[in-house]
Design a protein around this ligand. Structure first.
Ligand code: SAM
Ligand code: SF4
Length: 442
């Protein structure tokens, strides 16, 4: 069989990054090889995100660029995967005549069949079934080709929470946990290939296994991964505040490989808005969980997601968000302007907040967090930290980059230090979103 080349462009969250890696494994098993330049590819796949308006627009403009390549190379196959594919389905084929296939979020295993048909010129394809609690990763080949010492592993798909602003349940389907033994097998294989850190992915990892009789729960899963030889660090994302269990809080500090970082999306500091968002907790409950986390593990770094300009958000409710941010002192924050998403309940909520007000609130929130991040990073100056070295830093000049257990990026001079090493550094200087350190030798 002729060797063919593929190029995957990925938008969106870590889940999409992971899916792209699994798709790459399927393609590799079919005699395809990855290329960095889309102009050299025989197959281009755009793995899309539709959680907000912006990434969706980016996916369409990438597709526009690839269409120009196809004009020069008519045999080029172009496919769309991910959340936009799931959301738009056949409609995408109708709108974009140059597209060859649309692959839904739970249909990864159909790629060989789709390619077989396309190679036999059997016509364009659309696979977007989303039914049932099916694990989309089962039956996929497992040839981990890690790109560094740190890797993602999905432990569950979908979400049953139906937050009113979010389309994930509509494009990723009902929540389904992967079998713990499949997860361990995958992490074991990654470890054998030199991976030292794994980030477990799910929309709400706290409910891992709860719907599968006889399966481990999330803490049980963490305990079993802790025993995998060679794996040095475990992280996870995302944890829903309403389901954050005492067992999980207690695991920080007890499990030596579990890193001291939790991403705990708050979304809003107003109880009325949290209610409209269908988040299932109040700001007081959120604060209480933060306090318990910090009591159990004083070192823990807490990061969050916030949305400004949710329909009907009043100025005083936005001020409550600022107060929560001031009070909690997050390490880092991801903040977004609310955008209407198809099929979600919030689409019907009003009044919509004008874009300029959303922009002003976002800027105010980000300015507040910038100061907090700066102070928290500054507190690291003079302290020692363990770093997992990821590779050369973007700055070049023999500098290396890595992360602390709390997920802070640290750059340091260390020409002779190999990626994958765990080293100790002394932090010398805090920058806006990273630290500078010097290597300590024993
Ligand atoms: N499962 C996670 C949780 O429970 O928070 C979040 C997953 S979502 C893919 C990532 C983030 O996108 C959310 O935390 C939220 O802040 C943001 N987001 C989701 N829908 C949004 C919307 N319609 N407008 C703006 N931001 C949105
Ligand atoms: Fe979306 Fe809410 Fe599910 Fe997170 S928990 S994926 S925000 S519905």
């Amino acid at each position: 069989m002729d060797l063919k080349r593929f190029f995957i462009q990925t938008f969106g969250c870590q889940m999409n990054v992971y899916d792209s890696e699994r798709i790459a494994q399927v393609l590799t098993a079919r005699n395809y090889r990855p290329v960095d330049d889309p102009a050299r590819a025989d197959l281009i796949l755009v793995n899309t995100c539709s959680v907000r308006e912006k990434p969706e627009e980016k996916a369409y403009s990438a597709l526009g660029r690839f269409r120009a390549l196809k004009r020069k190379k008519p045999g080029l196959l172009i496919g769309v995967a991910g959340c936009v594919a799931q959301q738009e389905g056949e409609g995408l084929l109708a709108r974009l005549p140059f597209l060859d296939f649309v692959l839904g979020t739970k249909e990864l295993r159909k790629i060989p069949e789709i390619l077989d048909n396309l190679e036999r010129t059997a016509g364009r394809a659309c696979a977007i079934a989303l039914d049932g609690r099916i694990d989309p990763y089962r039956e996929l080949p497992l040839f981990p080709a890690p790109s560094g010492p740190s890797a993602f592993v999905s432990i569950m798909q979908g979400c049953d929470n139906f937050c009113s602003f979010c389309l994930v349940p509509f494009v990723r389907g009902r929540e389904v946990s992967r079998r713990s033994r499949d997860i361990r097998e995958e992490i074991g294989a990654l470890s054998e290939k030199g991976v030292k850190e794994v980030t477990l992915l799910g929309q709400n990892v706290n409910s891992y296994g709860l719907r599968t009789p006889g399966e481990l729960d999330f803490v049980g899963l963490l305990e079993s991964i802790e025993k995998i030889p060679g794996m040095k660090r475990i992280r996870f994302t995302t944890s829903h505040p309403k389901d954050l269990s005492p067992g999980l809080i207690g695991a920080f500090g007890r499990l030596s490989k579990l890193c001291e970082h939790i991403h705990l999306p708050l979304q809003s500091g107003s109880n009325r808005i949290l209610g409209l968002m269908n988040r299932g907790y109040t700001k007081e409950e959120y604060l209480e969980r933060v306090e318990r986390l910090r009591t159990a593990c004083p070192e823990i770094s807490i990061t969050t997601d916030l949305i400004v300009g949710f329909p009907g958000e009043e100025e005083k409710e936005f001020q409550e968000t600022l107060e929560m941010v001031e009070r909690i002192q997050f390490e880092e924050m991801f903040s977004f302007r609310y955008s209407d998403r198809p099929r979600t309940r919030a689409l019907t909520f009003g009044p919509k907040i004008p874009e300029d007000s959303k922009q002003r609130r976002l800027a105010e929130l980000q300015a507040l967090q910038r100061g907090i991040t700066q102070r928290r990073y500054k507190a690291w100056e003079g302290r020692e930290a363990e770093i997992l070295v990821e590779g050369p830093s973007k700055a070049g000049g023999g500098e290396k980059t890595g992360r602390t257990r709390g997920n802070h990026i640290v750059n340091f001079p260390g020409a002779s230090v190999a990626a994958g090493s765990l080293v100790r550094v002394r932090i010398q200087m805090a920058l806006a979103h990273s630290l500078r350190g010097e290597l300590l030798t024993d």
